[in-house]
Ligand binder design. Structure first.
Ligand code: MG
Length: 288
């Protein structure tokens, strides 16, 4: 198992391998012109060479592990039973019927890649444009080998690894614009990381997922409670479009988001949101 990170050395993005609390710089594989370095690494299928001495993780400015996927971040809505119930009864749901909160087919939407930001970066809210900002702790699947018409039985052979993402959402925009794209795509509304953990040794169907706001536990679930599992998602998406190395699938959030409370508990400036998934790691971001 390897954990790969992307970090800034002050002037450019670099790749590294994460060992506990240290990052060892690694050589960037030769990729296509202008290609995201992590995607070059994924596409190369090789184990990269370590090129320099380890740097303490605390000294490093982490970037989103991938910043230029071939397409928008692919996201799944209402993919945990208890969350489907809370969203349906929140008054913000314009997609499902109140008496049928569990979708019959995966709800697939996207988030602009400009929303992606690092594991410890601030989430910068354009207050006034939105005043109802919410968190969504999610497991991100990172595609390795691309393909179309991927069968469920073969789906895990197309997974490079996993990461943690917070699908930060402007609920007022999500509700008012009906389509979710604007409310999901605000710049910096997609903190991700700290690393991509390679798929070997990870059981993606048994991962603990937790989210805290200012230290208060708000979400606590396990990926075994997904309504549509990872093979179903990969099969469904790739039936419509080619999946490419480095594509990101955010698999949905469990119960406990801010609009699940009455009255809703939206995020405020200064709040700190931590999302942690077992075997993968944690991201922690301050709302600004
Ligand atoms: Mg989400």
């Amino acid at each position: 198992m390897a954990k790969y990170v992307c970090y800034s050395n002050g002037s450019e993005r670099c790749l590294g391998r994460l060992y506990d609390e240290k990052v060892v710089p690694i050589a960037s594989p030769i990729g296509l012109p202008g290609e995201d370095q992590m995607i070059s690494l994924i596409r190369s299928g090789t184990t990269p060479t370590e090129t320099a001495a380890a740097i303490p993780l605390s000294d490093i400015q982490l970037c989103a592990p991938i910043h230029q996927p071939s397409k928008n971040v692919i996201c799944i809505g209402l993919n945990y039973h208890a969350h489907a119930d809370e969203f349906s009864s929140s008054g913000y749901d314009t997609t499902t019927k109140a008496d049928q909160p569990v979708p019959s087919h995966p709800i697939v939407f996207t988030k602009a890649p400009g929303s992606l930001t690092g594991a410890r970066d601030d989430v910068n809210v354009p207050w006034g444009h939105t005043n109802e900002v919410d968190y969504e702790a999610e497991l991100a699947v990172i595609i390795g080998k691309g393909g179309r018409h991927i069968q469920k039985e073969d789906a895990y052979n197309h997974v490079f690894g996993y990461s943690v993402i917070n699908d930060v959402t402007a609920r007022d925009l999500q509700r008012d614009h009906k389509q979710w794209f604007l409310g999901k795509s605000i710049d910096s509304f997609g903190p991700m990381g700290p690393a991509i953990v390679t798929a070997d040794e990870i059981d993606p169907e048994d991962l603990e997922l937790k989210c805290w706001v200012n230290g208060e536990l708000r979400q606590s679930s396990n990926t075994r409670d997904l309504i549509f599992d990872i093979p179903t998602l990969i099969s469904t998406i790739s039936a419509s479009m080619e999946l490419s190395p480095g594509d990101i699938i955010a698999t949905g959030t469990p119960k406990g988001v801010g609009i699940g409370f009455a009255p809703p508990r939206f995020l405020n400036s200064g709040d700190v949101v931590r999302v942690e998934i077992s075997s993968i790691g944690a991201i922690e971001n301050t709302i600004r």
